[in-house]
Ligand binder design. Structure first.
Ligand code: UT7
Length: 335
């Protein structure tokens, strides 16, 4: 029986820092509101002409993860790429990363699970390794939000929250059953699909239809979020996903060495921290510096935490996420 463990991590964020004060220059918002409600101080947004895109950032993060794994690109068997903001409507970003990294004709799969994207992607990769089909898989989360946000006051409840960036891990086969991914837990509840959504362009809201309507109030091509509704569900579902993993592995919350929650809102992470009676050393947050980077957020935080020596050999690391779909889940890892 094979197990899968992380052998390399990396992340990349665009250089361009956008502070809350910067945002207040082009929309009616302010640093106090953003920090008080979300904890965010600044985020990175791709600068036009920089050459960065969802796939390019994903490839940059993947290069670092690959280098740290000590593996050659020829040893990677498969790519799983999570994003809600692919460079193109189709094909997805996985194939672009395969090309950018100059990899052989290995398979590349895109995961469309928004903020839970990286958790879902890890679960998919874990199954491929556990069945023995693949040995080394690149798992990437990357988002270019800034290219598609409503940066006027109309869109402020969404646009101040989201940032750009990418993270990646190499997941590799191990025969040590005490190390690596212990379990993954995935859930969805499609009845709330429209509470956090970008409706068009899509086959249901095609571009010509949006243009023909010429309706200035039609903003279906910008993300919509019912913030308080999403918040309430997030705190419940985050908790459930963590409890499910603890029960499955006969563990207590106090056994968690590091919880890496999806960086949706610092208030959500703090609520979870209090609920499970975790101290500050047991939770990693970086939303202050990067905002919410959706499918990239958990892996950027994981990679950054590892880089700051917040994770030791043998630690119990828990990844948990909730987002659009609704989708949510967790990954339990013995490091
Ligand atoms: O990552 C996927 C999962 N996402 C989440 O989990 C996000 C969950 N939701 C949230 O984090 C919060 O609901 C938000 C941070 C999005 C919003 O915070 P809130 O406390 O729920 O605020 P609200 O939407 O109820 O808005 C309160 C007020 C409104 O004004 P009035 O109607 O009270 O006069 C908004 O118009 O704040 C106003 N507002 C803003 N003011 C300044 C909304 N956005 C802004 C803004 N700057 N950016």
């Amino acid at each position: 029986m094979y197990n899968s463990k992380i052998t390399g991590l990396g992340f990349y964020v665009p250089e361009n820092v956008v502070t809350n004060h910067d945002l207040s220059k082009f929309m009616d918002t302010n640093d106090e509101w953003i920090q008080e409600r979300t904890g965010i101080k600044e985020r990175r947004w791709i600068k036009e002409g920089s050459g960065d895109s969802t796939s390019v950032m994903g490839a940059k993060a993947a290069r670092t993860a690959l280098e740290r794994s000590g593996l050659k690109k020829e040893e990677i068997d498969f790519i799983v790429f999570a994003t809600l903001s692919p460079d193109m409507y189709f094909p997805g970003g996985g194939v672009e990363v395969q090309e950018l990294l100059g990899m052989d004709t290995i398979g590349a799969l895109d995961v469309r699970n928004q903020c839970s994207g990286f958790v879902y992607a890890m679960s998919v990769a874990d199954q491929f390794i556990k069945t023995g089909m693949y040995k080394n898989i690149l798992v990437i989360g990357s988002e270019n939000h800034s290219g598609g946000l409503d940066k006027t006051t109309r869109g402020r409840n969404v646009s101040v929250i989201f940032g750009d960036g990418a993270g990646a891990v190499v997941l590799s086969r191990t025969e040590d059953s005490n190390k690596g991914i212990l379990s993954t837990h995935l859930h969805s509840e499609g009845k709330h699909a429209k509470e956090l959504v970008l409706e068009g362009p899509s086959t249901a809201r095609w571009v010509p239809e949006i243009l023909a309507n010429n309706d200035p109030n039609d903003v279906s091509y910008y993300p919509y979020m019912n913030g308080q509704f999403v918040f309430k569900h997030a705190v419940t579902r985050f908790s459930e996903a963590i409890i499910e993993g603890l029960e499955k592995n006969n563990l207590e919350a106090s056994d968690i060495d590091l919880l890496v929650p999806h960086q949706a809102n610092l208030r959500i992470a703090q609520f979870i921290q209090r609920k499970f009676k975790l101290n500050d050393d047991q939770v990693y947050n970086n939303i202050m510096n990067y905002g919410n980077t959706t499918a990239a957020s958990v892996v950027i935080a994981l990679s950054e935490a590892w880089g700051k020596d917040r994770i030791k050999d043998g630690d119990l690391v828990v990844l948990a996420a909730f987002g659009s779909g609704f989708t949510w889940g967790s990954v339990f890892i013995r490091w």
